[in-house]
Design a protein around this ligand. Structure first.
Ligand code: ATP
Ligand code: MG
Length: 722
C-alpha cells in the first residue's frame, strides 16, 4: 500500500510530522525540552533521503557537540536502513568550518594543510607580538588579549570592526594593531585559531560570490540543532549559506528552545531564535508541546521554575506519563559536600540493588570542581563512573600542572613533572634551555632538577635563562625544606602562589579561567583528608588508575552545560546553594540576565531526567579554607510544592557525615549554633504556603528569612576567590 506512511514517520505526532514533512521553505521548531526536536531533525534527514529529495552530500546538519553528531549519524543509518551512499555534512559549526576551509584554504591565504592552533600556541604567539611591540607582557598579559580576540571572533568582528573602546582598552591603545599583527602572523605560519574556523569561511564566501553560489546549489537542506545557542559568527555563517535568489525557497530548519540558552557567557545570542521569522521570511514556526521524556512531576517542577524568567517566548508542555507511582522531585539536605557525595553514592547503590543500570544515571554539577568529591567517593565504593564532556577532575590541565609541582617536591627525580612545569607559568625557559638541560642531565646521569642546580653554576646558559632557572631551583629547595614541618595543604597553597601559577590563571581572561581557579581551590581542599602530600599523591595515582571504559555500565558525571540534549532515567543535581547555583559570578553581575541564564541552566538540569530527579544542597562548604554556612539556592524556592518532596533531613544532622573525623573538624564552624536545624529552604516552603502565591512575592518572603542568615553568615562568600 503506497499511501501508508513509512515506518520512520509512524510514531510521530502531527506537529512533529509537519516539521519533518515541510521540506520547502524555512522552518523553525520552537519547543520545550524533551518534545522531540532532535528526533524531528534526525527523522527529517531520513525523510529527505528516503524521498530522494537530495543526496546525503547535499544535506548540511549542525549539532552542538561532536558526540551528538556521531549519534545522529547512527540514528539516520538505522532509520533509512543503512541503504544510503555517503553521509550528510554533519557536525559542529567548527568541524564543518574545517572541512570547508581545507577545500578552499588558498582563498583566505592559507594552504590546505594549515594547522589549527590550541590555546597554548595562541598565547605563545600573542606574547611574542606583545614583546615585539616593546610592551611589557606582565602589564599586558597575552592571555587577556587571547580572550579578547576570542570574544571579537565570536561576534564575527575583523580588526577594522572592533569597537573603538575595545581597541583602546589593551596595550596603550594598540589593541587593533595587535589584532592585525596576530592575523598576519597566523597567515605566515599557515595556521588558524578556533575562531577562524568560522570567520575564514565567512570571509571566503563574502569575497567569492561564485564559490558561495556553488554551495547554495550544493546544500539543498540545512538543519541546525540547539539553535538557541548559536553565536553571532555562526549566525552570519548560516545566513550566508542559506541565501537564495528571490522565489527559491530557503530550506533551513532550525530547532531550539529559548529556555535552554545557556552559553550567553560564551557569546551565544538567544536573539537569533527570536529573529528567525524576520530573517527567513515566510518561515513556518512549529511548536511541539508534548513531552516524551519526563514524568509530570519533573515537567511540573521545571516549568514552574523557568516561569520565573521574564522575556520568554513562553511554551506549554504536557506529558501523559502521569503514573501515580512516579516519584516527585526530591530535595535533600546534606551537611557538607562530603556527606552529599556519600548520600548520592548510597542512592545509587540502592537503585543498583533494584536492578537499575548505572548507565541510566547522571550527576550534573554546576562547576567542575564539584566532581572531585563524587569521583573520590565512587572510587572508594568501587562504583564505575565516567566524566562526560571533559577530563576527569585529576586529569584537568590545571590539576596536572599543580600536581607536577607537588610531585617534584616529593620526588625530585620526577623529570616528567619537571618538564611539565619548568616553563609553566612562562619564565623564559623555552625549548632551547630545556634541551640543554636535558643533555646536561643525561650526560651526568642525574635528574633534571639536580642538573638545573648544577648548570646554573656554569656558563652553559644565557644569563637570562640562568637567572630564571636559579629562581626555580631556589624555590624548590625552599619548598622541599618545608615539606616535613609545614601542613601540606598550606605548603601546597604556598607553592601555587609563589610559583606564579595561581596568578597565571588570575590574569587569564578566557571563559574557562575562573573554573580552573575553582578547581585549584578544590584540589587543596581535597588534600585535607590526607596526612601528607605523599599520601595524597598516592591516592591520586589510584584514582587515575580507575578504568574509564566506554562499554562499562557507569554513572555519568558532567557539568550542566555539557548535559544539553541528553537524557537519563535518574538525574542527581548536587550543590543547589546560593553562590554556587546560582553561581557567585552571576550574582555579582547583579543584572537579571545573568541570573536568568543560571535559571535556564537549572531548567536544563531538571529536564534531563526521565523518571527521577534528586536535588541536593549542603549547609556548609569549605571556602577559602574556612567552613562557611551556605544558603539553599533560591531556585529551590521556586519549585512548586505539589511536585516536590523533601527528603528526611535527620541524617544530615545526626553525626552521619562526621563519623571518624571527630568533632574538631568543625571547631571553627560551630555547626550547632546556626539555624540550620530546619533547612532554610524548608522553612521558606512553609512560609510560602501561607504567604502570597505570587512568585516574586514568595521570593521576597524568603529574602526576609535570608537577612537572618546573612548577619551570622559567610563573609565574601565567593567560590573562586576573585
Ligand atoms: P532537548 O530540548 O532536551 O534537546 P528534544 O526536544 O531534542 O529535547 P528529543 O531528545 O528529540 O527531544 O526527544 C526526547 C525523548 O522523547 C527521546 O527519547 C525521543 O526518542 C522521545 N520521543 C520524541 N518524539 C517521540 C515520539 N513521537 N514517540 C515516542 N518517543 C518520542
Ligand atoms: Mg535535543
Amino acid at each position: 500500500d503506497a499511501s501508508r506512511a513509512p515506518d520512520y514517520l509512524a510514531g510521530l505526532n502531527p506537529e512533529q510530522r509537519e516539521a519533518v514533512e515541510s521540506l520547502d521553505g524555512p522552518v523553525l521548531v520552537l519547543a520545550g525540552a524533551g518534545t522531540g526536536k532532535t528526533r524531528v531533525l534526525t527523522t527529517r534527514i531520513a525523510h529527505i533521503l528516503a524521498t530522494g529529495r537530495a543526496y546525503p552530500s547535499q544535506i548540511l546538519a549542525v549539532t552542538f557537540t561532536n558526540k551528538a553528531a556521531r549519534e545522529m549519524k547512527e540514528r539516520i543509518a538505522l532509520l533509512v536502513g543503512g541503504a544510503v551512499e555517503g553521509m550528510p555534512w554533519l557536525g559542529t559549526f567548527h568541524s564543518i568550518g574545517v572541512r570547508l576551509l581545507r577545500r578552499h584554504a588558498e582563498l583566505v591565504g592559507l594552504s590546505s594543510d594549515f594547522t589549527i592552533l590550541d590555546t597554548d600556541d595562541v598565547i605563545r604567539l600573542i606574547k611574542q607580538l606583545i614583546q615585539a611591540e616593546g610592551l611589557d607582557d606582565k602589564r599586558w598579559p597575552a592571555r587577556t588579549f587571547a580572550g579578547m580576540i576570542d570574544n571579537w571572533k565570536n561576534k564575527g568582528l575583523d580588526p577594522a570592526q572592533i569597537p573603538e573602546g575595545d581597541a583602546r582598552a589593551f596595550a596603550n591603545g594598540k589593541g587593533r594593531e595587535l589584532y592585525v599583527a596576530y592575523q598576519n602572523r597566523l597567515k605566515t605560519l599557515n595556521a588558524c585559531d578556533f575562531g577562524d574556523l568560522l570567520l575564514h569561511p565567512i570571509r571566503m564566501f563574502r569575497a567569492n560570490p561564485d564559490i558561495l553560489k556553488e554551495y547554495h546549489e550544493k546544500f539543498r537542506y540545512i538543519l541546525v540543532d540547539e539553535y538557541q545557542d548559536t553565536n553571532t559568527a555562526q549566525y552570519m555563517w548560516l545566513r550566508l549559506l542559506a541565501q537564495r535568489p528571490k522565489g527559491v525557497p530557503q530550506n533551513v530548519c532550525c530547532v531550539g528552545d529559548d529556555d535552554q540558552s545557556i552559553y550567553g557567557w560564551r557569546g551565544a545570542e538567544v536573539d537569533n531564535i527570536l529573529r528567525f521569522e524576520k530573517d527567513f521570511p515566510g518561515a513556518k514556526v512549529i511548536k511541539l508541546e508534548r513531552n516524551y521524556r519526563s514524568t509530570e512531576h519533573i515537567l511540573g517542577a521545571a516549568g514552574h521554575l523557568i516561569a520565573h524568567n521574564e522575556g520568554r517566548l513562553g511554551k506549554t508542555l504536557f506529558t501523559d506519563r502521569s503514573d501515580p507511582d512516579d516519584d516527585k522531585v526530591i530535595v535533600h539536605a546534606a551537611w557538607d559536600s562530603e556527606e552529599e557525595a556519600r548520600a548520592v553514592g548510597e542512592e545509587i547503590e540502592q537503585l543498583q540493588r533494584n536492578q537499575h543500570n548505572l548507565n541510566d544515571m547522571a550527576i550534573l554539577v554546576r562547576a567542575s570542581f564539584q566532581m572531585r568529591e563524587f569521583e573520590d567517593r565512587f572510587v572508594t565504593l568501587g562504583l564505575n563512573y565516567r566524566v562526560i564532556g571533559g577530563p576527569r577532575f585529576y586529569e584537568r590541565l590545571e590539576i596536572r600542572d599543580a600536581m607536577a609541582y607537588f610531585r617534584l617536591i616529593c620526588q625530585p627525580a620526577d623529570d616528567l613533572a619537571f618538564e611539565r612545569i619548568i616553563n609553566t607559568p612562562k619564565r623564559g625557559l623555552g625549548d632551547t634551555t630545556v634541551r640543554t638541560l636535558h643533555d646536561y642531565a643525561r650526560a651526568r646521569e642525574v635528574p633534571m632538577l639536580a642538573a638545573a642546580a648544577e648548570i646554573i653554576e656554569t656558563d652553559e646558559l644565557k644569563n637570562k635563562a640562568r637567572k630564571s632557572l636559579f629562581d626555580v631551583v631556589t624555590d624548590f629547595r625552599r619548598w622541599q625544606s618545608l615539606l616535613e614541618n609545614t601542613p601540606h595543604t598550606e605548603l601546597a597553597e604556598q607553592v601555587l602562589d609563589e610559583s606564579g601559577y595561581t596568578a597565571m590563571w588570575q590574569n587569564d581572561k578566557s571563559a574557562e579561567a575562573p573554573g580552573r581557579l575553582e578547581n585549584l581551590k578544590e584540589l587543596i581542599r581535597s588534600m585535607e583528608a590526607f596526612e601528607s602530600m605523599r599520601g595524597f599523591l598516592e591516592h591520586v595515582s589510584l584514582v587515575m588508575d580507575a578504568e574509564q571504559n566506554e562499554d562499562l555500565d557507569a554513572v555519568s558525571i558532567m557539568t550542566l552545560h555539557s548535559a544539553k540534549g541528553l537524557e537519563f532515567e535518574t538525574v542527581f543535581l548536587p550543590g543547589w546553594e546560593e553562590g554556587l547555583f546560582p553561581h557567585q559570578r552571576a550574582l555579582d553581575e547583579g543584572g537579571r540576565a545573568a541570573l536568568e541564564e543560571e535559571r535556564r541552566l537549572a531548567y536544563v538540569g531538571i529536564t534531563r531526567a526521565k523518571r527521577r530527579c534528586h536535588i541536593w544542597f549542603v549547609s556548609n562548604r569549605r571556602i577559602h579554607g574556612l567552613w562557611q554556612s551556605t544558603l539553599p539556592s533560591r531556585f529551590l524556592d521556586e519549585l512548586p510544592p505539589g511536585h516536590v518532596d523533601v527528603a528526611e533531613t535527620e541524617q544530615s544532622y545526626g553525626g552521619y557525615g562526621r563519623g571518624g573525623y571527630g568533632q574538631s573538624r568543625f571547631d571553627n564552624a560551630d555547626p550547632f549554633s546556626n539555624t540550620y536545624s530546619t533547612p532554610g529552604w524548608k522553612r521558606a516552603q512553609q512560609h510560602r504556603s501561607d504567604a502570597t502565591r505570587d512568585n516574586w512575592g514568595t521570593r521576597s518572603g524568603h529574602a526576609v528569612e535570608r537577612i537572618g542568615y546573612g548577619e551570622s553568615g559567610p563573609k565574601g562568600r565567593t567560590i573562586d576567590g576573585e
